[in-house]
Ligand binder design. Structure first.
Ligand code: PRP
Length: 168
């Protein structure tokens, strides 16, 4: 494994994102929606660095249909427990790869009529994109490496690493 982003780099970036988001949502309560499992560590750090009041919920998604089809749909294997209508909602993702997960999730959540709906992603691999999707708040753009750590896994291992590593 080769270190890509150190714990310090990650924490500094999470701080920058938290300050920007807190400023943009000043005086409002933000409902954070974490996409399990990968986002759980990022969301825990982000939430604790934010200065606006936050509430938290999680979804877990599975894709179905052909994995090679960019039109592949997603289904909730764990749905939200919170109504979104009228809320300021921020989807929290660890990584955007093909973009399929977030594009579908965004559309599904938008239909629940939140007051606002934004996305924060810690990592983005634009070189892997199959559908057009951009995060409103982004930590790092990275090359097409297979990365682990800080929530990201390889066969469920390495999620607890404090930095982000390229798996060789
Ligand atoms: C990863 C990641 C995103 C998704 C991004 O989750 O956490 O949710 O893939 O990929 P996409 O942009 O190509 O849709 P994964 O399916 O590995 O599940 P996990 O978070 O439980 O590890």
């Amino acid at each position: 494994m080769k270190l890509l982003l150190s714990e310090k780099q990650v924490q500094q970036k999470v701080g920058v994102l938290a300050r920007k988001i807190s400023k943009d949502f000043a005086g409002r309560e933000v409902l954070l929606i974490g996409v399990l499992k990968g986002a759980f560590i990022f969301m825990a750090d982000l939430a604790r660095k934010m200065t606006t009041p936050v509430k938290m919920d999680f979804v877990r998604l599975a894709s179905y249909g052909s994995e090679t089809q960019s039109s592949g749909k997603i289904k909730f294997t764990k749905n939200l427990e919170t109504p979104l209508r009228g809320k300021d909602v921020l989807i929290v993702e660890d990584i955007i790869d093909t973009g399929i997960t977030l594009k579908h999730l965004y559309q599904r959540l938008k239909a629940r009529k939140p007051r606002s709906l934004k996305v924060v992603a810690l990592l983005d691999k634009p070189g892997r994109r199959q559908v057009n999707f951009q995060a409103d708040y982004l930590g790092f753009r990275i090359e097409n490496h297979f990365v682990v750590g800080y929530g990201l896994d390889c066969a469920e291992q390495y999620r607890n690493l404090r930095g982000i590593y390229v798996l060789k």
